[in-house]
Write a protein that binds this ligand. Sequence first.
Ligand SMILES: [Zn+2]
Length: 445
Amino acid sequence: MPENGETAPLLGEGIPNLARTGNLERETPADRRRRLATIRAVVYTVLTVVFVVALASVLFLWDKITGVVGHLPKDPEKAALYILNNAPVIDGHIDLPILVRSAFANNISAIDLEKPFAGHVDIPRLRKGKVGGFFWSVYTDCPHAGSEGEDFLNATWSVRDTLEQIDIARLLVQKYPNTFAWTLKSSDIKAAIGRGQIASLLGVEGGHQLGNSIQVLRTYYDLGVRYVTLTHACHNAFADSCGIFEDPKPYHGGLSKLGYALIDEMNRIGMLVDLSHTSDATAKQAIKYSKAPVIWSHSSARAVHDVPRNVPDDILKFIGFGQGQTDAVVMVNFAPFFVAEPGKADVKAVADHVDHIAKVAGKRHVGLGSDFDGIGEVPVGLEDVSKYPALVAELYRRGWNAFDLAGVTGGNLLRVMEGAERVAAQMQKAGIPPAATKYDKRTDL
Ligand SMILES: [Zn+2]
């Protein structure tokens, strides 16, 4: 074996050693043929490798590659997961605390949310459904007929029960610190999602839960509540309700004087005005009057399914960024009796509501407010919190793009919250004092 590199062939048998020969022009025709054959072989090898990699990419890595460069997979289910991984669901209304009250007498020690849990919500299903946050509804029933007395004056027990509901929600958030994050501002929600946690906020579902007191509103805010639904299914001292299936006879004709004062104070402190459950007159007056963007935390479209709990087109038209319009988000309710005729509620029917609200109010004004754990029945294909991807996939199939879908899943709500936070900051900077408005029917003050 030659040891001397100078004399051994350095580039393989028969390949001229250019370091030694120094000049290609001196090669023989046979050397030249061999050299060109070698170059051809190398080029063909490289091209073959490139082709195989490209083919493998197309066949096996297409979704990943297109995702990275900003295009979505063609498969709607895969596209939905890609969107939700980047823009998870922030649900406007989940009733877990009332389930804990009714089924476990407020004892959270009896509950393990890390295992399959009764109802529609537990941690494994929240994770599977790509949930990045939700409003824990802290709800108490409307007073039974007559129990609150004339002018709603005896309904103060509702404040006690609401405080108990707030306690349940807070304790459950604390019980799972790796999963849930207590959030108070839109920036907190984004930060929690960034850490992989589920942002947790509170929503009070009815003005009757305020005990006729604007001071209670401020106290709820301090406890973490970020929206108050002006009414539940009953009229109260602040506003008229739409009832459940039949519009009841109006009491105030929309907002009362106290109701207007309530909205002023909600705007000032940054509490979102929620118009689900309100009468049409209440909603029209409130959306016109509120300085801050408003929400419907769990309502669908009346033009798609005609029940009073759904939002009619003549109110959807007040929503927007134009003249005479207010920014808002209508978060679509999944309750089958609000979605479609009996037996017809499914993913497509819910998507019809999203589509309709988007068509009339705009894609930037629709969101999701499932009402999970507050509804006995569920739509086919949207049985619990693990199923949001099916709805996103259905909308994608209908031509919604990633940007608009990210708005539906949570972005639109965040924008509305930011708007309300801005208005509150401006009003507080302007020195507007806390409201001291008293319910004029009260005799104790
Ligand atoms: Zn409700």
